[in-house]
Design a protein around this ligand. Sequence first.
Ligand code: SF4
Length: 329
Amino acid sequence: MQGQKRVLLASPRGYCAGVDRAVIAVEKALDRFGAPVYVRKQIVHNIHVVTELEAKGAIFVEEVDEVPEGAHVVFSAHGVSPAVVNAASDRGLLAIDATCPLVTKVHREAVRFARDDFEILLIGHQGHEEVEGTAGEAPDHVTIVNSPDEADTIEVRDPSKVVWLSQTTLSVDETMETVRRLRTRFPQLQDPPSDDICYATQNRQVAIKKVAKDADLVIVVGSANSSNSVRLVEVALEYGAKAAYRVDYADEVEQAWLEGVETVGVTSGASVPEVLVQQVLEDLAGAGYRDVEEVRTAEEDLQFSLPKELRTNAAGARDDRALGGRSRG
Ligand code: SF4
C-alpha cells in the first residue's frame, strides 16, 4: 500500500560562489577574446557545464603544453600548482586564474606553514586536481592523507611540527575522524587557521543530513568526478537514507529506485546548474511525486569578484562588479 509521495528538496544545493565565478570567467573570456579560449582541466567538475562551454568555443585540455603559444588559458576552479603557472608563462600563454578564492586560501596556508618548516598533512584525495595544486605549493613539506585509516600509519619527520590542512570538498565527519586519529598519534598536531572545508561543501552536507533521515531514497545530481557530489551520496546514506544515488541527468533515475518509495530527497553538488535539478523534479512529478517541500538549513549570499585578468572591460576601464543573477539553490 503506497502512502503519500513527496519530495524533500535540500537547500542550499547546487552552484557555489566559486563555481559561479569560474563558469562566468570562461564565458567572459570568450566574449572578450573570442573563441577559442583554452581551459586547463574541466573548469568545474560537471559534464553538463563543460559540454555547454565547449559549444560556446571553450577547448578543454589536460595540460598547458596542449595550448598554442600566446593563447588565452583559464585555470580551473580547483587551482594549479606554481609549476603549472610557470609552464604557462614559459609558453607565453595569457593565463586567467579562475581558482576559487577558498582554494587559494588553502594554498596560502600551505606556503606559510612550509616557510615555517612545518610538515603539512594534507587530508584529501590523491590525484584530485585541487590536492595536486595545493601539494605543489610545497611539495617537500606535504604528505597526503587519503583516509582515516591512513592516519594510523603515516610517518612524520618531527611530531612537534605538524599541521593538517584539507581539500575543500571533503566529508566534514570523515575529515574530523582523520584528524582525531592523527592527533592520537601526534598530540602536537596544529589545526588550520580556519576551516579548509568550504562553506558550500559544509552547507550542502548539513542540508542533506536533515533530508536523509526522512528519505527512502536520495538523488544527488552531480558528476562522478565531483568530490562534493560523491560525498553527498555517502553522507545521505550515513544519515539514514535507505538508498542514495548520484546522477548527471534526470534520465539516469531508474524506475526501480522508486519502487515502494514515499519520500525522495533531492540535492545537487556545488558544480551543478539548477536546471538539472529541475529536470529531476519534473520527472519525479510525472511519477507522482508532485508534493515538493524545501528543507532549508542555511542562507547563502557569498559572491566573489571576477579573476583580476577580467576585471577591466573591453575599453580598459575597471569592472569590479560582483557576480550575481544566477540561481543558487
Ligand atoms: S566547492 Fe567550495 S572551494 Fe570549491 S569552488 Fe565551490 S566554494 Fe570554492
